[in-house]
Design a binder for this molecule. Structure first.
Ligand SMILES: [Zn+2]
Length: 81
């Protein structure tokens, strides 16, 4: 067994990919589509909602030095690398 450091290069490749064209699958209804087509709501942070069932796909909160990302609502995310 290795630890997460063993996939440092893969993680860097995945998280630097163009994310608006990544295909996300909604954890609630199973619909797949580009992240850029999700509905965006702004408040204290950002919420991305499924355009088909309105479930929350992702929540993003940012301050001056950090970003918190909750992808609980996305079952899978397919990115082009
Ligand atoms: Zn949905």
């Amino acid at each position: 067994m290795l630890d997460g450091n063993a996939i440092a290069g893969l993680l860097q490749e995945v998280f630097s990919a163009e994310m608006t064209t990544a295909i996300g699958t909604c954890g609630a209804c199973g619909t797949a589509g580009p992240v850029g087509a999700a509905h965006l709501y702004r408040g204290a942070g950002i919420a991305l909602r499924c355009p088909h069932c309105d479930a929350v796909l992702a929540k993003i909160v940012r301050n001056d030095s950090r970003v918190w990302i909750d992808l609980t609502g996305i079952r899978t995310l397919e990115v082009t690398v």
